[in-house]
Each structure stands twice: as C-alpha cells, then as structure tokens.
Design a protein around this ligand. Structure first.
Ligand SMILES: [Ca+2]
Ligand SMILES: [Ca+2]
Length: 230
C-alpha cells in the first residue's frame, strides 16, 4: 500500500473515531449523594438488598437496585398504593430522578428499566412509558412492563435526543407488599455538531495533503539519487 493511501486510510479512521464521542452512562446507584440521581422522599438514593433472578432482574450494564430507603430483601416494606377501577389512584410511593447532560445530540442509545412493583417513566416531563393497564399481579410484582423480573423491563429509546440537560423521572409504586425498588441502566452516544465534524475533517484533509506533498518530494529526491548511481 502506498504511503499516501495508507495515510488517507488513517485520516479516514481518525475522522470516524473522532465523530464517535464517548457514551454517557445512565445507571441507577452510581450516585448516592443526590447530585444527579435521587428521589422525592429522602433526597439521596440508597442501594437495597436485591433478590436474584427470576424475582428481580440482575444488572448487565452496571445498574444497581436502588430505593429511597432500605426496602430490599429482609428490609423495610413500604405500604401499598391503592388501585380503583383498574387505575392506580395513590401518589407514587417514591419518585426517582436522574439528570444527565448531553454535549451534543444523541445519535443512539437508551435505557432499560425494572421496578418492584411497577413504574412509569417521564423524560423532561413527558410520559415515555405508561403503567400497564389493568395492573395485574403475578408471582413477582406486576404482569408485564415495567415490572421487576427478567423480561419485564421497559426500554426507553433516547436516540435523537437534543443536546443539553435532560431529566428522567421514574414514578414507582409499591402494590403488593414485600420488597420495593428500581433499577435502570444504559447509555447515550452523542454525535459532535456538524461544525465540530467539519473542523476535524478539515484537519485530517490538511494532514493528508501534507503527507502527499512529502511523499512527492521523497519520490523526486529518490529519483535523482538513482540517476546519480547509474
Ligand atoms: Ca412480574
Ligand atoms: Ca413489592
């Protein structure tokens, strides 16, 4: 492969690499100070003693089971929300929030959410995942999503989200006693603005042109040496 082609390929890889910004992780339980993650009951979240599958889903992307208080296995059990005519009529047992900042619009990403016993999710004040209706109990938590078992997760698609600060809100109800908690995990991958991309591309093109120039000079110099040797 010629030096110029090689450099062109490297420049291309550089542009592609730079256009893929590092993902922003959105994980329950990675901030127990109340700074970017918390709840309306006690402020900062706490980690709870979790059930293992198939009762509670196990994290696979770094999330942790959290609550406003120690409401996990063998811990406190909050009172139940009321259901009337297939609707949950009590305020949520607790409302959890997660704030995150995107330097640029999100190209792709999303989060997976589980809750004991049920949750709905709002993004910037707009409901993006409703309660299942009617709320029906199975062996563990609610039937369907968003529940606590493996396969009962809700997926919140965050691709195309604009740059800036965003807030996820999780309204979680205790419905049928025992444990209570929430887990979410995922990430978003911002894409640099076109202006940033153009700057990177211009830099790479300039570097490729310089390499081409050096290559031509080397070829010219090499050629005169060959002539001298003969
Ligand atoms: Ca269930
Ligand atoms: Ca429960």
């Amino acid at each position: 492969m010629g030096a110029v082609r090689k450099f062109g390929l490297l420049a291309g890889l550089f542009v592609c690499g730079a256009a893929r910004a590092s993902p922003i992780l959105i994980l329950s339980g990675d901030d127990l100070t109340g700074a970017h993650e918390g709840n309306n009951r006690t402020g900062a979240n706490v980690l709870v003693n979790p059930y293992g599958p198939p009762i509670w889903a196990a994290p696979s992307r770094g999330g942790r089971w959290i609550s406003y208080d120690l409401t996990g296995v063998g811990q406190k059990s909050p009172g139940d929300s009321r259901i009337l005519d297939e609707e949950i009529i009590s305020p949520p047992t607790a409302v959890f929030f997660e704030r995150f900042f995107l330097p640029d619009a999100a190209g792709s990403g999303g989060i997976w959410v589980w809750a004991d016993d049920v949750a709905q999710v709002l993004l910037d004040g707009v409901r993006v995942f409703p309660f299942p209706r009617p709320p029906v109990r199975d062996m563990h938590c609610i039937v369907g999503s968003i529940g606590c078992q493996p396969g009962e997760e809700g997926f919140i698609d965050l691709s195309g989200l604009s740059g800036g600060e965003h807030t996820l809100e999780f309204r979680v109800h205790q419905l049928w006693g025992d444990t209570y908690g929430l887990m979410y995990e995922g990430s978003v991958e911002p894409i640099p603005e076109p202006a940033t991309f153009l700057l990177i591309a211009t830099g790479a093109a300039w570097a490729a042109a310089r390499a081409n120039q050096r290559h031509l000079v080397r070829r010219a110099t090499g050629g005169s040496k060959t002539e001298k040797a003969s």
